[in-house]
Design a protein around this ligand. Structure first.
Ligand code: KIV
Length: 273
């Protein structure tokens, strides 16, 4: 059962996201990578479910998002779309599949759309990948941009610190955001930037701006599901609000099960045939 007040069970579309921005209704977005969690996240009223390449970190245990492959993203995408009825499902294009060769990028984009049944794709980068993005959008595939801290470029930055703090980087970020809107992106994720920069971009652009560490002046928020549920505990940036401590809950429950097995109290007479 949903805990949010909204009773609108219609499928979320890119058009409905524009309408939400226009009427000032904030957009709630979360990541999911598997069938069971995606089902719960959809039932709870999340507007956009992102099959993020953060699967590389939280599902596969990699240090960065770079190792995850196109086939692995498709595997996660298929699992999520099977579970979701209402939310718009967006799949990340993984590192190396959209980097300056528009024909190859389009082929990867078509594979994700055909094989997963997702509603849209997300692509990191601005001017540098704009021809790739244009070709994908021209083929009828909705694209969400991703600017600010771009985890696929972590080796270039060398740090996960806040982006666009200086004037020059904030100007480039703004220009890239405008370019993405002009090229036809239906929304943009802004990651880890000053709240004032996020507010300014959201107020100038017509398309929804979704923030992760971009303050409360943007049109919606996204968090990584494992972080907000407290399954992961080692990652604690200022922008992360934890809504549960599932790490503790799971360790306690599993510890209880292990001790029940060891002391032979599980299964009981009622739990056997
Ligand atoms: O992969 C991901 O989870 C993301 C979010 C951090 C926006 O891109």
């Amino acid at each position: 059962m949903s805990v949010h007040s909204q009773e609108d069970n219609r499928k979320v579309t890119t058009h409905r996201l524009y309408e939400m921005k226009e009427r000032g209704e904030k957009i709630a977005m979360l990541t999911a990578y598997d069938y069971s969690m995606a089902k719960l996240i959809d039932q709870a009223g999340t507007d956009v479910i992102l099959v993020g390449d953060s699967a590389s970190n939280v599902m596969a245990g990699n240090v960065t998002t770079l190792p995850i492959t196109l086939d692995q993203m498709i595997y996660h995408g298929v699992s999520v779309t099977k579970a979701v009825n209402r939310a718009l499902v967006v799949v990340d294009m993984p590192f190396g599949t959209c980097s300056g060769n528009p024909t190859e990028s389009l082929n990867a984009a078509i594979r994700i759309m055909k094989e997963t049944g997702a509603d849209a794709l997300k692509i990191e980068g601005g001017k540098e990948v704009i021809e790739d993005i244009r070709k994908i959008i021209d083929a009828g595939i909705p694209v969400m941009g991703h600017l600010g801290l771009m985890p696929q470029s972590i080796n270039k930055y060398g740090t996960y610190t806040v982006r666009a703090k200086d004037e020059a980087e904030a100007k480039k970020l703004y220009e890239d955001a405008l370019l993405l809107e002009e090229t036809g992106c239906f929304g943009i994720v802004l990651e880890k930037i000053p709240a004032e920069v996020g507010r300014r971009i959201a107020s100038k652009l017509r398309i929804p701006i979704i923030g992760i560490g971009a303050g409360n002046g943007v049109d919606g928020q996204v968090l990584v599901m494992h972080d907000m549920l407290g399954i992961t505990q080692e990652f604690s940036p200022r922008f992360l609000r934890r809504y549960a401590n599932l790490q503790e809950t799971i360790i306690n429950a599993v510890g209880h099960y292990v001790s029940d097995v060891k002391d032979k109290s599980f299964p009981s007479d009622n739990e056997q045939y």
